[in-house]
Design a protein around this ligand. Structure first.
Ligand SMILES: [Zn+2]
Length: 460
């Protein structure tokens, strides 16, 4: 297949040249760094209004880059969400939606496209749901998943070191790199970082040694002090992850990667539910605390520094956006979101923009279930429609008046529901996957036990 390079150096809205030059005046293609922080709730990031200093390093990027105020993951858990970022396809189409499912062979990954364009493609991941087992290594020349350690060890430092080692090799070989870095630490288990010191040693019945299923039991009648304890522990994990992200940026600078020659994207696969609805974790719903994620980009010469985009956007758009910034075209018209490049450059927003959320969380085995969930959502500037597939029941929320989705308006506003349902149906019809069985893998008992400890399997 031939990938056409449309233009290497793009002049965008008079913002300046989009490509750098080396000391000999030869054009150089920018490096691309995609940082995916697992389970990072948008509202726990400083730039999105967190009430603790959780993310000073990410905030620095937000100040000099572009922040998408309302970025949505297409799914509330790791595998489908991460696969969408790396393919530009919604979960229904790439197929990696259930616990045993793999990314469809028909999906082309961003790494495959960039590899064909001569990029050194480098991936370092630290969570089992982003592993080669499910096809995430496709298109990567170098892939490191040695730090998949189930949340029981702090891995961001090692992930950073491995990422820098990969980058060093690529630079030595004279190739631009696409570096995908996945940090897992904010994901449960929330380990204590006394040096950060957001949380006490214990609160009520909790001291941090509880397993997730025990926390979920306690969570049914948790006190305000216990809930705050869990939030503070989670924030500590975010703070240490942010510190290692800062180290990654310093390391790249030390390797001679100039800011002017680096396209940087920071986002998350999903948020986290910390007892807002009596439960802890993710996978079960499509509410804002799970679907909304931080999305911060820096692309020198291509975006308007300091700009904030208000309209809802999906992280499905990241693959087309990165290709657009590089002046590359997608191989075919299969990508399911428009590039965000114009928005990031300060372009006109669309007041009618809508994005989709979906979950088909199925554990693939009897008596293994955290509750399965099958839902779809249509999210607009103001209203959000959620359909529960098994019951056909709809919920409607006014996100402007009720951002925490406490008041379901479906019964009060049937006309609005009736108007939105066909829009949802039309959008879903466009993302339907290929007919035939979804590709699955057979998980062994060790893999299942690891998923149980992380709260994906086991008791509800
Ligand atoms: Zn995740």
């Amino acid at each position: 297949m031939v990938w056409m390079r449309v233009a290497l150096c793009v002049l965008l809205l008079g913002l300046g040249s989009a490509c750098g030059t080396d000391p000999d005046g030869k054009e150089t293609r920018p490096h691309v760094l995609l940082v995916l922080v697992d389970t990072l709730r948008f509202d726990r990031v400083g730039a999105y209004g967190a009430d603790r200093p959780t993310t000073p390093n990410i905030d620095l990027v937000a100040n000099s880059g572009v922040r998408f105020e309302r970025a949505y993951s297409p799914a509330p858990w790791t595998k489908p969400a991460a696969a969408s970022i790396l393919t530009g396809l919604y979960p229904s189409t790439h197929g990696a939606t259930s616990v045993p499912a793999r990314i469809s062979d028909e999906a082309t990954t961003l790494a495959e496209i960039l590899s064909a364009e001569g990029y050194a493609t480098l991936g370092v991941v630290s969570g089992s749901n982003v592993s080669s087992v499910y096809g995430f290594d496709r298109g990567f020349d170098h892939w490191d998943e040695s730090q998949i350690r189930g949340g029981e060890a702090f891995t961001s430092l090692q992930v950073t070191d491995r990422a820098l080692a990969f980058a060093r090799e690529a630079i030595r070989s004279g190739r631009p790199f696409f570096l995908f870095v996945h940090y897992f630490d904010p994901h449960y288990i929330y380990r204590h970082h006394p040096k950060v010191g957001f949380s006490p040693e214990r609160a009520g019945r909790l001291d941090g040694s509880e397993g997730i299923h025990e926390l979920r039991r306690i969570g049914r009648d948790a006190s305000a002090e216990e809930i705050e304890f869990l939030r503070a522990r989670y924030d500590e994990e975010i703070r240490v992850t942010d510190a290692t992200f800062g180290r990654l940026m310093e390391g790249l600078e030390a390797l001679g990667v100039a800011q002017q020659n680096l396209i940087l994207v920071i986002t998350a696969d999903h948020g986290e539910e910390i007892l807002e609805r009596g439960w802890l974790g993710h996978t079960r719903t499509l509410y804002e605390e799970l679907l909304r994620v931080p999305l911060i980009v820096r692309a020198p010469g291509r975006v308007r520094p300091g700009h904030v985009v208000a309209q809802p956007v999906s992280t499905v758009a990241l693959t087309p956006t990165i290709l657009d910034w590089l002046g590359l075209e997608a191989p075919d018209d299969s990508l399911q979101a428009e590039s965000l490049a114009a928005l990031a450059a300060g372009g006109q927003e669309d007041p009618d923009a809508q994005v989709l959320g979906e979950v088909d969380f199925e554990t693939g085995g009897p008596a293994q279930t955290v509750r399965n969930a099958f839902k779809k959502a249509l999210i607009g500037a103001r209203f959000k429609l959620i359909r529960d597939d098994p019951t056909g029941r709809y919920e409607l929320y006014d996100l402007r008046a009720d951002p925490k989705e406490q008041r379901d308006l479906a019964a009060d506003e049937p006309a609005r529901v009736r108007a939105l349902v066909p829009v949802l149906e039309q959008r879903l019809a466009r993302i339907r996957g290929p007919e035939g069985p979804v590709r699955s893998v057979e998980l062994d008992e060790e893999q299942r036990e690891a998923l149980r400890r992380l709260g994906y399997l086991g008791e509800d």
